[in-house]
Design a protein around this ligand. Structure first.
Ligand SMILES: Cc1cc2nc3c(=O)[nH]c(=O)nc-3n(C[C@H](O)[C@H](O)[C@H](O)COP(=O)(O)O)c2cc1C
Length: 363
């Protein structure tokens, strides 16, 4: 029987257990996107708390496209010393750290007049009302180059891998969605075309970081929007292709929340009801059955018995967590002591604050 505390490998990365901190924007960097004492302390707490890998909050590869305040920049070599500070503090505690790279696009309202906001098509965003500039083929080419350059910086900064954020309705997720992507050229239409920019970006990152540096992708199993969004069968096609191309692992999330009749990224009321936990796992299990690279599932992972059951009844290998680790960065150590320990997080979704994305129990 497999256990959550088994040791394993993702590419050359050694994992001491199957728990991963899913990318979580902490909003603790300096305003100029450099690191801060508070951010370093937060990563050190997580590293000491027992997870095998930390995936950082999203970081931007374009200077002119910052989707959130107080995030770490990845668009210039001037950030490499910051990366080194972060990775050194984490590596002291037998923990790995992977940087997530993202392009926000029309889903983020931050400084909308100042940002250059591009998207697959000029379709107004339902929530923000922002209409992005439709990307040209030249823009797509520049996009993959910039992400490749940022991935190389991540490697030079001592990170153990890099993750491309293709989930949650941000720009790369929009490329996959027929609602946002109305293109008639080779970047629109069938899933192989809508995913082209992801394949090209992956290739550019791989070319620059080399074969032995782990590259991961985070993606929605489905947007749960019917034919307007990415669908599960299409996600399988995309994951299979990425696996063939040499991707090291895939993290499965879901739902851009236009439709309430499906699990949401930030599902509530899951703390007591185990049947509602690990809410993307049934979709992730279908994907895992069709690919031969490790699969991580995120979303409502809160009970050792629920996760152990999934681990032993599906091909899912890893469990990533976000909100529970905001309230208790040492949750994994607590679970190691007592597998019946109940996380304090009640999924109230009040994690966001102007003073940093810190759990209300810890402010
Ligand atoms: C404060 C906060 C910030 C987040 N930032 C990111 C991010 O930068 N990138 C990302 O892919 N997901 C981000 N997420 C989503 C989480 O990674 C995760 O997918 C989601 O919270 C569901 O997992 P959970 O039930 O363990 O919280 C964030 C979540 C929270 C609560």
């Amino acid at each position: 029987m497999k256990t959550l505390f088994d040791e394993s490998n993702i590419g050359k990365l050694k994992l001491k257990n199957r728990f991963i901190r899913s990318a979580t924007h902490l909003s603790l960097a300096e305003k100029d996107c450099h690191t801060s004492e508070k951010l370093l302390n937060a990563y050190e707490d997580l590293a000491q708390g027992g997870v095998s890998v930390i995936i950082t909050g999203f970081s931007h590869a374009f200077a002119e496209e910052q989707p959130a305040v107080k995030m770490i920049g990845a668009y210039d070599d001037k950030f490499i010393p910051d990366f080194k500070k972060i990775t050194e503090v984490v590596h002291k505690h037998d923990c790995n750290i992977i940087m997530q790279l993202a392009y926000g696009g029309s889903q983020s309202k931050l400084l909308k007049a100042k940002r250059k906001i591009m998207g697959p098509s000029a379709v107004e965003h339902i929530f923000t009302g922002i209409k992005p500039i439709e990307m040209t083929k030249k823009d797509f080419k520049a996009f993959s180059e910039k992400f490749g350059d940022a991935a190389l910086r991540v490697k030079k900064g001592g990170f153990d891998g890099v993750q491309l954020h293709c989930a949650h309705g941000y720009m790369l997720s929009q490329c996959l969605s027929p609602y946002h992507n109305r293109r008639a050229d080779e970047y629109g239409g069938p899933i192989e075309n809508r995913a082209r920019i992801i394949f090209e970006t992956y290739e550019n990152m791989r070319k620059k970081v080399g074969d032995d540096f782990p590259i991961l992708v985070k993606i929605n199993c489905s947007d749960f929007m019917g034919e307007d969004g990415l669908q599960l069968e299409e996600c399988k096609v995309l994951c299979k292709k990425l696996a063939q191309m040499g991707l090291d692992a895939i993290e499965i999330s879901g739902n851009v929340a236009y439709n309430e009749n499906s699990p949401l990224i930030f599902e509530k009321k899951i703390s007591r009801d185990k049947s509602r936990q690990s809410y993307f796992s049934k979709y992730a299990a279908e994907i895992a059955a069709e690919i031969d690279i490790p699969l991580i599932v995120v979303g409502g992972n809160r009970s050792i018995d629920v996760m152990t059951d999934i681990l032993n009844s599906t091909d899912i290998s890893y469990f990533s967590l976000s909100r529970t680790l905001l309230s208790e960065p040492d949750l994994i150590n607590k679970w190691k002591e007592d597998e019946n320990y109940n996380p304090k997080c009640v999924a109230c979704n009040k994690c966001w604050s102007l003073k940093g994305n810190i759990c209300i129990l810890n402010r």
